[in-house]
Design a protein around this ligand. Structure first.
Ligand code: HEC
Length: 148
């Protein structure tokens, strides 16, 4: 069966790129990339293999974030669609900031995860998963297998 092989490559945020400073929790200056391999025409992640970090990110996202942002990150009434956010206004650096600080607005509260080591230590992995979703490289659903 034919397979589509894609490696994501995100660009640096404009404003932060100039300072050379990393936000708390960021482990690298460049946004980490994901590797996703799906059967052709896949409309569910069940036929996709992802790299280990992206798979871990999916697991952490599911545990800590999906309750508000939805199981495939399309959003719910409790939290916005993150596939839109990462496609438009939220980059690798912003996501660290929002996760660490939280955010409060009339639309709802995004909790701070500063005290939750499992989240803080795996923001890069969560980013990989969400970026693959936002780039529409990884379809909705549970990734089936991990690529070695
Ligand atoms: C209790 C519900 C809740 C949980 C759990 C939650 N969020 Fe949120 N999140 C929100 C809400 C509500 C907003 C919108 C806040 C606002 O309007 O500024 C938001 C905003 C965000 C944004 C900014 C989106 C944008 O376009 O500006 C990101 C990124 C984000 N959340 C990521 C996460 C991640 C990653 C997790 C898991 C570690 C998570 N959230 C867990 C409710 C939640």
């Amino acid at each position: 069966m034919a397979a589509v092989f894609l490696v994501g490559c995100a660009r640096l945020g404009q404003s932060e790129a100039g300072t050379g400073e990393q936000p708390a929790g960021a482990t690298q200056l460049q946004a980490p990339s994901y590797t996703v391999m799906c059967d052709e025409g896949a409309d569910s992640a069940i036929v996709c293999s992802v790299d280990h970090d992206t798979y871990t990110g999916w697991g952490q996202y599911t545990k800590y974030c999906a309750g508000c942002h939805g199981s495939s990150a399309f959003g719910t009434e409790r939290g916005p669609d993150l596939t839109q956010s990462l496609d438009t206004n939220i980059d690798y650096f912003d996501i660290h900031f929002v996760i660490m600080r939280g955010r409060h607005s009339p639309e709802g509260d995004m909790p701070s995860w500063e005290g939750e080591a499992e989240v803080v230590n795996q923001i890069d992995q969560i980013y990989r998963y969400l970026k693959a979703r936002a780039d529409a490289v990884l379809p909705p659903g549970v990734p089936n297998r991990t690529k070695q």
